[in-house]
Structures are given as structure tokens and as C-alpha cells.
Design a protein around this ligand. Structure first.
Ligand SMILES: Cc1cc2nc3c(=O)[nH]c(=O)nc-3n(C[C@H](O)[C@H](O)[C@H](O)COP(=O)(O)OP(=O)(O)OC[C@H]3O[C@@H](n4cnc5c(N)ncnc54)[C@H](O)[C@@H]3O)c2cc1C
Length: 378
């Protein structure tokens, strides 16, 4: 049985690896003409690393990235508000969380698929779904017939829009800048992810290699982020944070900077229709406040491969896949959306109250929430 995947992002490639290991024949179509070395990192939490362990990739990823063993929320001066040590989960699940350059991860995944056809510069323009077949039209005028189609084509998925009406992308009204820099920081930052929260803005940084850091900075906008932040000087904008923050920004080569608007997909009730199934951001895109978007795509990849291997009927496989995965994925989307609002309060009194309550949250309660996130759906 041949499976066609649209999209060679983390979700599409991980699904291809999982399917290949189950003996399926796969073919991938990707819109980009060339894979670029994007200037950003990614955090692979303990749930994602469990999947990569099952796929035999966790050691390679661990060696190419950098261990993260604690996640700290702080105030803008890096005074702790809440801290999550990952030791308990590392011992329980026998994997560790890794921060890695996205391009490095991408290459590791591609290396597993050397014998799988990956057609670049193939942007799906439209599709027609028939009982036993799907006809795909690409923007370059070519077409392709598929029997089973997985739409891993991201938040703006053409595949999703072709099979479902009325799906809605939500704007969190936050802008995000991301960068990678080589800089020497105090040793403790080599293994901790720190996220200082300020007034309507925050910053996060984590090592992806020795003295190499990935950082992200987010801020509220009112109506139009392009206009409101047109001439932004980020070093100046974050000068009210701990001096490490502007120092990190200042050390970053400008060409490594990425700017994005924060979006998610309002949870949709179904991820599949007949012989087409959505995967990753196309089905359950989330704001990145929990660092779980790709991790959820990775979890979905394994479950989808297992279901397709288990069921003769593709529709039954897709149905079971959604049954196993949807609840947690939707929980993540909703929790992340709320967390984004809490992290970006602008009222000083509310910020004080938030920080107080967060610092008093019992460790057991926080740990229970993390447990839900790190326990993989199977
Ligand atoms: C600022 C930010 C920080 C984040 N940090 C984290 C983090 O630390 N940890 C984490 O787990 N997640 C994080 N995420 C989320 C994560 O990036 C996404 O959830 C993840 O990349 C989704 O993977 P995907 O393969 O489903 O989609 P994508 O990565 O969007 O891949 C989709 C692919 O499909 C291709 N494509 C699109 N349209 C077409 C078409 N019409 N035809 C053919 N190909 C097409 C695209 O070119 C792309 O290669 C973050 C997101 C943002 C915005």
C-alpha cells in the first residue's frame, strides 16, 4: 500500500519514518524548492523524545542537540517565579528533553528517508477526492494520483481547506522574534530553559549546543504588528529585562532573525475524511507557549503509523488515530492559548498577583500537569 504525504516538515518526515519502519511505501510532496537552514531552534520535550526513542533516533538527536533539564519561569530580572526540574520525568520515561537547531533535526530526519522519494517544489494547489482515489494538482501544472493521503502541510493546510469548510485560524495578537547566537553565558544556562515574563512581553532562551543559544521574544500588539513594530530596536525594547537578555539579542547576527505572528487553529471536530487524514499543525496547530506543537505532531506520527499498520480499512485506522490523539492535542491547544494570555498581562497589579500565585502553586499540581503532557498517547 502506497501512502502519499504532503509536507516535509517535522510532522510529515516523522510520519514517513514511522510508516517506513512498518513496511509501507511512501512518497512525499513538498512545496519548498530547497530546504533552508532556518534561524531557529526547537525544544523536543520528553513526550517527543519517547517517540524518537521508539524510532531509534533519540541518541542521534541527543548528540546533535543540547540537554534541557529544567524549565524556569522568572520575572524580567530573572528572579524565579516557578521552576520545573525534569529529573523525575527523565527517570520515569528514560529519555531527556533536548533543544536543537531545527535544520539539524530536519537533516537527521531526512537522512532516515534517503530511499523515499521527496519531490520538492511541488505545492498542492487543489485536490479532488474520489471514493478510491485522490487527484492532486500542483502549482507547477503537474498532477498526481494518490490512494491514501496524509496532509502534513502545516497550519495553513490546503489539504484541510479542501476537505473541511469553516476551519478558523486564530490570532493571539502577539508577535514573536526568534534568533540563534553564539555567546558565553554562566554555566547554569547551558542546561536550563529560562523564560522571563515582563509587562505584555516575554523572552526565552535555551542552549542548542556549547555556547550556542536559541532565543525567542514575544510581545503583544494591538491591531497591526507590522506597523506597530516596524522600526523596533529589540535591544532597546528588552532593556528593562535582566542585562543578559539585551546582551543575547545584541550578539545575534541580524540575518538569523525570524519574525512570526502567533496563531493557532481553533480545534476542529474531525481530522479525516474517507482516504485523507490531517497530521500535525494541519490538524491541531497550537500557539507555542507550551513548546508542544512539533511534539504533538511527533506523537501523532507514531499513533497514525500504528493505526494504519493495525487496520486493513484506512477509514477505521484514521478513526482510531483521531480517537487516541484528539483529546490531548485539543487540551494542549487550549491550555497553551490561555497560558499565552496569562504570560502577557499588562496590568502591574495583575502581574504581581499572577507571579505570587504561580510561585505558590504546589509542586505536585504542576507536576501533574506536566505528567499529562509527557505521557504519550498510545
Ligand atoms: C515561534 C514558534 C516556536 C515554536 N517552538 C516549538 C517548540 O519549542 N517545540 C515544539 O514542539 N513546537 C514548537 N513550535 C511549533 C512547531 O514549529 C510546529 O508545531 C511544527 O513545526 C509543525 O510541524 P508540521 O510538520 O505539522 O508543520 P510545518 O512545520 O508547518 O510543515 C509543513 C510543511 O508542509 C509544506 N507545505 C505547506 N503547504 C504546502 C502545499 N500546499 N503543498 C506542499 N507542501 C506544503 C511546508 O513547506 C512545510 O515544509 C513553535 C512554533 C513557533 C511559531
Amino acid at each position: 500500500m502506497k501512502i502519499t504525504i504532503i509536507g516535509a516538515g517535522i510532522g510529515g518526515l516523522t510520519t514517513a519514518i514511522a510508516l517506513k519502519q512498518k513496511g509501507f511505501e511512501i512518497e512525499i510532496f513538498e512545496s519548498t524548492p530547497i530546504f533552508k537552514k532556518a534561524g531557529s531552534g526547537i525544544n523536543l520535550a520528553i513526550n517527543a523524545m519517547q517517540i524518537y526513542k521508539k524510532l531509534g533516533l533519540s541518541d542521534t538527536i541527543f548528540e546533535a542537540g543540547s540537554l534541557t533539564n529544567a524549565v524556569n519561569i522568572t520575572d524580567e530580572k530573572l528572579n524565579p517565579i516557578s521552576a520545573m526540574e525534569l529529573k523525575h520525568f527523565e527517570e520515569k520515561y528514560k529519555v531527556q528533553s533536548v533543544a536543537i537547531h531545527r535544520a539539524t533535526l530536519h537533516q537527521i530526519l531526512l537522512d532516515q528517508l534517503a530511499d523515499v522519494p521527496i519531490h520538492l517544489n511541488k505545492k498542492v494547489k487543489a485536490l479532488q477526492q474520489f471514493e478510491k482515489e485522490i487527484e492532486l494538482d500542483f502549482e507547477d501544472g503537474t498532477s498526481h494520483k494518490a490512494t491514501i493521503l496524509i496532509g502534513a502541510d502545516g497550519i495553513h493546510s490546503v489539504i484541510r481547506k479542501s476537505i473541511f469548510d469553516n476551519t478558523r485560524i486564530r490570532k493571539a495578537k502577539q508577535i514573536c522574534w526568534r534568533g540563534i547566537t553564539k555567546i558565553e553565558l554562566p554555566k547554569k544556562y547551558q542546561t536550563e530553559l529560562n523564560e522571563p515574563w515582563g509587562k505584555g512581553k516575554r523572552f526565552g532562551f535555551v542552549a542548542i549546543g556549547k555556547n550556542e543559544y536559541y532565543w525567542y521574544a514575544l510581545a503583544n500588539y494591538k491591531n497591526n504588528y507590522e506597523e506597530e513594530f516596524q522600526n523596533i530596536d529589540l535591544v532597546d525594547f528588552y532593556s528593562d529585562f535582566h542585562p543578559i537578555v539585551p546582551k543575547i539579542i545584541n550578539s545575534t547576527p541580524k540575518e538569523n532573525l525570524l519574525t512570526n505572528e502567533m496563531l493557532d487553529l481553533k480545534p476542529i471536530s474531525s481530522w479525516h475524511k474517507k482516504n485523507i487524514c490531517l497530521l500535525g499543525d494541519s490538524a491541531h496547530a497550537t500557539t507555542p507557549n507550551l513548546g508542544q506543537g512539533a511534539c504533538q505532531a511527533i506523537e501523532s506520527s507514531m499513533v497514525l503509523a500504528n493505526c494504519l499498520a493495525k487496520h486493513k480499512s484506512t477509514e477505521k485506522a484514521f478513526l482510531e488515530f483521531q480517537k487516541i490523539r484528539r483529546k490531548k492535542a485539543v487540551e494542549i491547544v487550549n491550555t497553551s492559548w490561555q497560558l499565552g494570555k496569562i504570560a502577557h498581562l499588562e496590568n502591574s497589579l495583575l502581574i504581581k498577583l499572577r507571579n505570587f500565585f504561580l510561585s505558590k502553586t504546589p509542586k505536585k499540581m504542576a507536576s501533574k500537569q506536566s505528567e499529562r503532557m509527557f505521557k504519550i498517547d498510545e
